[in-house]
Ligand binder design. Structure first.
Ligand code: GCU
Length: 496
């Protein structure tokens, strides 16, 4: 709706529905995402609210629904505020509203509420499983089966309704970008059954290397926003995911950074099937109010919602806790708090954050970075726009880096803008030309050879994307043009 292009505020959604109520059954409304904050009303009663535009939430409606003529209303508001994430200024379009699927979920009275099943971080023949029933009661029987691995394991819950097991498996084919093997996993209890597709892989860091299945890996990544540029709208379907991921596949990527927020499950699950490792983050993007305790608690909740949703996805390799935040005691404490929240659910994945503090030290004639916080990270990531926001202090092939020694380093963003079809002087940044963009890539790749602990690169960005920041009248017109592919889906020189 063109009239809502720049609108920020409240939009109401409403619909009626009937539901066959079965005694003993429970009913939940599940929202994939509503941006940015919302209140949910059923039959005139407020039944729930949520803040955060990119993570799922659910509301139980068992006792609130009628058999017919239910009236559901959703009040969605995307007004930017200083205590939010992201906060007042961010370089992507502030799409508001219900942006993902909404489900009415039926469960038995006692159901399988949660499960976390994955290969042990280091052992290649041990599957660790934790299953939670919806009732805190002991001695309930659960069965975990993985037919292809001849696993049929009985478990019993403890007084918290939790059943845990570490079981040995034979002839397991580990998931990897080359062979994204998934296994059917069935969890069943007396009254409930869940079928899942789960992959098993080992992932860890040793010194400056990242190991996948005991082999050092180099991450050939790219990023994309959850947007279909041709439609100037949020990506939300499997077809949308296929469009985005096929372009990344064509580029030869083995990893995607889902920038700068958790994206929909279609994208995450299809990426796993297609063999992409994933980096997922919450939008702790630049100017966040780190001093604000309320913001900290919201961020803690947001990161837990992200981890809870995707913890069974073996493709998920990185939890990102921040992008381009300035060091301060409040910031460091805030991010450490996020890491603790992440690890309260999942201790197995790699923690990272994208830093933009690399600078050229004239005395040492080297690129260096002073951010003590990076010691909290498993993998250090750096956004650096040489040839775009920064001029070359030395020729690219002579650019030496001494950053995050002893830790693996990823260049999580680099690149420059070009308007598709614009040709021009490859040496002039203001040409906004594909030639300049291609030259910029060649120069950065030459520099990357001088980064001893480099273990991955992610060009910013796969597609041109909409941004309220970008208003060069001819070259941008509301688009960030750093895409390797244009807003019409056409590849620019560096991407060909
Ligand atoms: C930043 C930021 C991105 C932004 C990019 C750019 O590094 O992380 O969100 O889009 O720079 O300026 O294009």
């Amino acid at each position: 709706m063109p009239e809502l292009k720049y609108y920020e505020g409240t939009v109401w959604y409403a619909r009626r529905f009937d539901v066959a109520k079965v005694p003993g059954e429970r009913l939940f409304l599940y929202f994939g995402a509503v941006s940015y904050r919302c209140r949910i009303y059923l039959n005139g009663q407020e039944i729930g609210r949520h803040e955060g535009g990119f993570t799922p939430f659910q509301v139980e409606v068992t006792n609130a629904v009628k058999a017919s003529g239910n009236f559901l209303a959703v009040e969605a508001n995307n007004t930017r505020t200083t205590d939010a994430m992201p906060a007042m200024a961010f370089d992507w379009w502030n799409y508001g509203g219900i942006t993902r699927d909404v489900f009415l979920v039926k469960t038995p009275a006692l159901f399988i509420e949660d499960y976390f099943i994955q290969l042990n971080k280091y052992k290649n023949d041990q599957v660790d499983a934790r299953i939670l029933l919806s009732e805190k009661s002991a001695n309930k029987n659960i069965e975990l089966s993985i037919p292809e691995l001849n696993v049929k394991q009985g478990l019993t819950t403890d007084e918290n309704g939790v059943a845990q097991v570490s079981l040995k498996v034979k002839k397991l084919e580990r998931w990897s970008p080359h062979s994204p093997k998934l296994y059917k996993v069935i969890i069943s209890s007396k009254t409930d059954k869940v079928e899942e597709q789960i992959g098993f892989r080992n992932l860890y860091v040793k010194d400056e290397d990242i190991y996948l299945n005991d082999q050092p890996i180099f991450l050939k990544a790219t990023s994309f926003h959850e947007e279909i540029p041709q439609r100037q709208g949020r990506a939300f379907s499997e077809a949308d995911a296929m469009m985005l991921l096929s372009e990344a596949k064509a580029l030869g990527c083995n990893m995607i950074r889902l920038a700068h927020y958790p994206q929909n499950e279609h994208t995450v699950r299809l990426a796993e099937k297609m063999g992409f490792l994933l980096w997922e983050e919450i939008p702790v993007w630049q100017g966040i109010d780190f001093e604000n305790n309320n913001t900290r608690l919201k961020a803690g909740n947001m990161i837990k919602e992200m981890v809870m949703r995707d913890k069974n996805r073996c493709a998920l390799a990185f939890w990102g806790v921040a992008n381009e935040t300035q060091p301060s005691p409040a910031r460091n404490e805030f991010l450490k708090y996020l890491i603790r929240n992440c690890k309260s659910i999942d201790t197995t994945r790699l923690i990272t954050a994208a830093c933009d503090l690399v600078r050229f030290d004239k005395t040492k004639q080297q690129f260096v970075m002073d951010d003590p916080f990076i010691k909290e990270l498993d993998v250090v990531a750096v956004n650096k726009y040489m040839g775009w926001y920064h001029q070359w202090p030395v020729s690219p092939d002579k650019a030496i880096w001494n950053v995050a020694k002893g830790q693996p380093l990823i260049i999580s963003e680099f690149g420059g803008e070009a308007l598709l079809g614009q040709t021009g002087n490859a040496d002039i940044v203001s040409s906004w030309s594909e030639d300049y963009q291609a030259a910029l890539y060649r120069n950065n790749l030459a520099m990357f050879k001088n980064i001893p602990n480099l273990r991955g690169t992610a060009p910013w960005i796969l597609f041109d994307f909409r941004s309220p920041f970008r208003f060069h009248p001819t070259n941008q017109d509301g688009w960030n043009r750093k895409g390797l592919v244009s807003d019409q889906g056409l590849r620019k020189k560096p991407g060909t």
